[in-house]
Design a protein around this ligand. Structure first.
Ligand SMILES: Cc1cc2nc3c(=O)[nH]c(=O)nc-3n(C[C@H](O)[C@H](O)[C@H](O)COP(=O)(O)OP(=O)(O)OC[C@H]3O[C@@H](n4cnc5c(N)ncnc54)[C@H](O)[C@@H]3O)c2cc1C
Length: 390
């Protein structure tokens, strides 16, 4: 058994680490200053500038196939890079990416949507959640009614990341109300903002915020269907599947950085004439955090490895998402506790992480939905106990 990285994997990981340390982390204090003043921490133009700089280092399109100019990295390497990204609280991500399901586009759609998205000239959002359908995504109601060569969309999507800025939305709509969404009753549409949908900002406990998207008789040409009519739910689940290992990978980066701060604090802050790190109460918080982080790391890498092996990653990814999201919440909470009152202030990034990572237990499948998937797989015999070594 080999838990090591190949030379190539290590080299890519280390280059990403250097880039984050040299180009992204120096922006952190300014980010906190702006957010304290209720301004966006990082402007879209600044993100783009960073992404173009990273492109010169060869980092462009981690998941994007080489024929589109991307790196097409294995999931394991992508996971390692997302962990590096997580080490900085600047909301950076490498450029050259597009939603995984956009690669199902026709040649014409690729020219109109996929290629400009990869180049960063257009931005997308993905919309399945509705006010009445979140975990139960098959219960969506936003309707698409055929009208000659067009479809007319009516309804509302909610909590859509990037929905305030997106130039176009990938919208999962009901095209055949008689059939359930799961049974071929839903279809994915590529809908330009110019076609008439509007967005409304939703304030949340995190920085920035998602949006509601409102569709009021929005006319969309038939050629804007992504994939096949009736394939919308399957595409939606494919989109969500990617986040199940990248989200917890990011969480490991956050947890590592935060824990490093806690160790520093434990080794310097004195109470009652001794460093607080000499207290068992503090040591146990550090020990539990390190242990849980390590457990999360291997669950996530195993999930990513499962993707690379071409095996069904759902079970492994659900465990990685469930555990990684819980882990980062527990670690950040302990790190805040170890910092005492300072941890609660906006001088430090800890309270920011505390607010940010709470989302990780909710979006792209709540904790409860991950548990439901894991248990159902076992109860129905789809997965054997013992993982891939069984
Ligand atoms: C900041 C943010 C960004 C988001 N970005 C996007 C996006 O880009 N695109 C998009 O489409 N969606 C997005 N979402 C939506 C997100 O995926 C949903 O919020 C999530 O799936 C939960 O759905 P819900 O909020 O409707 O909660 P509900 O489904 O109403 O669930 C409420 C609670 O009940 C629990 N629950 C529900 N059913 C069961 C059950 N059968 N058994 C046990 N417990 C159950 C849930 O786990 C949860 O704890 C985002 C959400 C947020 C907050």
């Amino acid at each position: 058994m080999d838990f090591g990285l190949s030379d190539e994997e290590r080299a890519i990981r280390d280059t990403a680490r250097d880039f984050i340390a040299k180009e992204v982390m120096p922006l952190e204090q300014e980010l906190l200053r702006r957010e304290r003043a209720h301004q966006p921490g990082l402007e879209r133009s600044e993100l783009r500038e960073l992404q173009l700089k990273a492109r010169k280092f060869g980092f462009w399109g981690l998941a994007t196939p080489q024929e589109y100019g991307g790196m097409d990295l294995p999931a394991v390497v992508q996971s390692l890079i997302w962990t590096e990204i997580g080490r900085s609280y600047v909301p950076f991500r490498f450029g050259g990416e597009a939603d995984n399901i956009l690669f199902h586009a026709t040649e014409e759609q690729k020219r109109e949507f996929l290629l400009p998205t990869i180049e960063g000239e257009r931005s997308s959002c993905f919309a399945i959640t509705e006010p009445g359908a979140g975990s139960d995504a098959a219960n969506i109601r936003l309707s698409a009614r055929r009208d000659g060569d067009d479809w007319i969309l009516n309804g509302e999507k909610t909590f859509i990341t990037g929905g305030n800025d997106a130039d176009f939305a990938i919208v999962i709509a009901v095209t055949d109300p008689e059939r359930g969404a799961r049974q071929g009753g839903a279809t994915a549409f590529l809908v330009d903002r110019a076609m008439g949908w509007r967005s409304e900002f939703i304030p949340t406990m995190g920085e920035g915020g998602p949006a509601s998207l409102i569709f009021d008789d929005v006319r969309v040409p038939h050629r804007n269907i992504l994939g096949e009519v009736g394939q919308g739910f399957t595409l939606g689940m494919e989109w969500i599947g990617k986040g199940r290992y990248t989200i917890p990978s990011h969480a490991v980066g956050i947890a590592e950085r935060a824990l490093r701060m806690a160790i520093e604090q434990a080794n310097t802050r004195e109470t009652f004439g001794a460093k607080i790190g000499t207290n068992q109460a503090i040591q146990w918080m550090i020990a539990d955090s390190e242990t849980e982080m390590e457990a999360a790391r291997w669950l996530i890498l195993r999930a990513a490895w499962t993707v690379d092996q071409g095996l069904d990653p759902r079970h492994a990814s659900s465990m990685a998402k469930l555990y990684g999201a819980g882990m980062v919440n527990r670690v950040v909470d302990r790190v805040l506790q170890i910092h005492g009152g300072m941890g609660y202030t906006r001088e430090l990034p800890i309270e920011r992480w505390y607010r940010q990572v709470r989302l990780y237990r909710i979006f792209e499948g709540t904790d409860e939905m991950q548990r439901l998937i894991i248990a159902r797989d076992l109860l129905r015999g789809y997965t054997k106990l013992g993982g891939h070594l069984a």
